[in-house]
Design a protein around this ligand. Structure first.
Ligand SMILES: [Zn+2]
Length: 225
């Protein structure tokens, strides 16, 4: 399961849980007043040309469209962490997240927009504007303007629990500042690279102004939709 860490600045304690199916390409099916399912995606595409291990992080477009259809038909409303923070609560909420800032996520964004759905994107700052494989600043700005939430996934995607204090602060704080410069919006959510963190990392995440941090939890069966 994935948990969103709720920081002391929050007005109420929420524990949001992600139920993952497969390598984060499935659809979660549970939610109640305290729990919000979160789906984690990486790449949208067929993974052609990638190693098998990397291909497992791909969700094909038809599969992704099927997930969205399922979410809609099951009566879920996609929300962002900002929606949660602002108490824009609906009956059945779900959060869709996209890690690492791959350019193929633009296709997902486009489809979400058509369906009046939202998601949270977590680019790694080092990769932004790097090359055509990654989302660029203009795309992130547009996505933010169109209602998507842009959160931070660090500067260079290190294992923070193994990094020294200076690096931890740099990765967490600098990425927030740079993303805010790019999008013009406050960045309230951090996504731990590899889902790895410790108490010190959590403390820094809180102290530099994030409200939520997403970690990785359990993955289970593939192809539930
Ligand atoms: Zn990542």
């Amino acid at each position: 399961m994935l948990f969103l860490k709720n920081w002391t600045k929050m007005r109420k304690l929420l524990i949001l849980i992600l139920i993952l199916f497969s390598y984060l390409t499935g659809v979660a099916g549970v939610a109640n007043a305290e729990k919000i399912p979160i789906l984690m995606y990486h790449s949208i595409g067929d993974g052609t040309g990638y190693k098998r291990s990397a291909r497992d992080l791909f969700c094909s477009p038809p599969q992704f469209w099927a997930h969205l259809l399922y979410i809609q038909q099951a009566g879920y409303q996609t929300v962002t962490f900002k929606d949660v923070m602002n108490d824009r609560f609906l009956q059945k909420k779900i959060i869709l997240t996209f890690d690492d800032g791959y350019e193929n996520q633009w296709e997902a964004y486009d489809e979400l927009l058509k369906r009046h759905m939202v998601a949270v994107f977590f680019p790694v700052l080092r990769a932004v504007d790097k090359n055509h494989k990654y989302l660029n600043s203009d795309q992130l700005r547009v996505m933010a303007r169109m209602g998507m939430e842009i959160g931070s996934h660090s500067m260079t995607h290190p294992v923070l629990s193994r990094s020294n204090a200076k690096k931890v602060e740099y990765e967490i704080k600098e990425s927030k500042l740079q993303l805010e410069k790019i999008t013009g919006k406050e960045v309230i959510t951090f996504c731990y690279p590899y889902g790895r963190y410790n108490n010190k990392v959590m403390q820094v995440t809180e102290s530099v102004g994030y409200y939520y941090a997403r970690k990785i939890g359990r993955a289970s069966c593939r192809e539930r939709v």
